[in-house]
Design a protein around this ligand. Structure first.
Ligand code: GDP
Length: 364
């Protein structure tokens, strides 16, 4: 059984016990692992005390590289172990020709806010790239382009360009299409009409971007129609922030698709947000932050105290943090929000949604 498991694995975690020392079975399993030529992480479990950790040095004799001390019951060393596993994983198998350096962008918003005009302004300003190769997996409805040597992919531009009066059925379809575009994009530009302010439909679209943990730019369009006054910017910014409070991390830009005002600046924000999504915070730093956050505001639910055993940033794009806790049921919306805010305050992630996942001990 172990042999079959090793064959199928990309990385093998070999679990031994600090209490029992390396015994005969450990020696023969080590031989087997060396023959497999798979990356092996030798872990010495039950290393609860300094004495246990000292005994772990005996495991060097297995010839499997450095023994890593962990305590599964106390949760120590697990975050570091996960980092080591992640380092040793082979590159993911590409199902699609995904281009790492290309930033995919969806322009979304309700009808008539100026999506098509914005698209034209962008394509007018930047260099649109012709699909180099026939038969690439890239969708024909997308438009690749370049800005300052950086590549962007405007998602489903065919869907944006489609104009004219639409019947109710078609309109429903266009909402689904926008949702799919958001799904495929890393960053969504939510276009709002300055004249109308934030409507219920805008909130709905923006909510979807937030739920999907995408990067987000709020573009208040038709800024050319707003009468000039010294406090116009501050007034509109405050109203937008109030109406889209859940997107408090998203930059707001005032643009005119018609005149091209700030369209370039908006694209720079898109690229900056895409960069933020790729950041990775070392496990030790996240744990220290969360430890402080819990100490500052301990959370109790039905008399039970929330304990976080460890946290790790499991992935990027979107930045995803996995919390191993004593009981995931204790984590409610507001506390999740609190932890997210603390992470943002310490590490940034400006303009992008982040995901937090809570797992109980049993889920490990
Ligand atoms: P879409 O349905 O979201 O694609 O919106 P369109 O791009 O078709 O724009 C709807 C209307 O708003 C058109 O009449 C545009 O000319 C107008 N419009 C779009 N952007 C601007 C802008 O920045 N300023 C002004 N004044 N009008 C705009």
């Amino acid at each position: 059984q172990a042999e079959a498991a090793i064959r199928q694995a990309d990385v093998v975690i070999f679990v031994t016990s600090a209490r029992d020392g390396p015994l005969g079975p450990e020696v023969s399993i080590s031989d087997q692992l060396r023959r497999s030529e798979k990356p092996v992480l030798l872990t010495v479990n039950k290393a609860d005390s300094p004495g246990d950790r000292l005994r772990a040095t005996d495991f060097w004799e297995l010839g499997l590289d450095e023994p890593h001390c962990i305590s599964s019951t106390q949760g120590t060393g697990i975050g570091d172990l996960l980092d080591l596993v992640a380092e040793r994983l082979p590159p993911p198998v590409e199902t699609e020709a995904v281009d790492e350096d290309e930033v995919s962008v969806a322009i979304v918003g309700r009808p008539n806010v100026g999506k098509s005009s914005l698209l034209n302004a962008i394509v007018g300003e930047e260099r649109a790239i012709v699909n180099e190769m026939a038969g690439t997996t890239r969708d024909a409805v997308d438009t690749p382009m370049e800005r300052d040597g950086k590549r962007l992919l405007l998602i489903d531009t065919a869907g944006i360009r489609r104009r004219g009066r639409v019947s109710r059925g078609v309109e429903t379809y266009s909402v689904l299409r926008a949702m799919r575009a958001i799904e495929r994009a890393e960053v969504a530009v939510v276009v709002i009409d300055a004249d109308d302010g934030v409507t219920a439909q805008d909130t709905h679209v923006a909510g979807y971007v937030h739920e999907a943990a995408k990067g987000c730019i709020i573009a208040v369009n038709k800024w050319d129609l707003v009468p000039r006054s010294p406090d116009a910017g501050a007034k509109y910014l405050a109203a937008t922030r109030r109406d889209l409070a859940f997107l408090d991390y998203a930059p707001v830009v005032f643009i005119s698709a018609k005149s091209g005002l700030n369209v370039g600046k908006m694209l720079d924000r898109v690229l900056a947000v895409a960069e933020e999504r790729k950041r990775r915070i070392p496990t030790a730093q996240v744990n220290e932050l969360v430890r402080q956050a819990l100490a500052a505001h301990p959370h109790t639910e039905r008399g039970k105290l929330l304990k976080v055993l460890y946290v790790t940033q499991a992935s990027t794009n979107p930045p995803t943090f996995v919390f191993f806790v004593n009981d995931p049921e204790l984590v409610h919306f507001s506390y999740r929000r609190y932890l997210e805010n603390q992470i943002r305050r310490a590490f940034g992630f400006d303009g992008t949604g982040i995901r937090t996942v809570f797992r109980g001990r049993g889920d490990e």
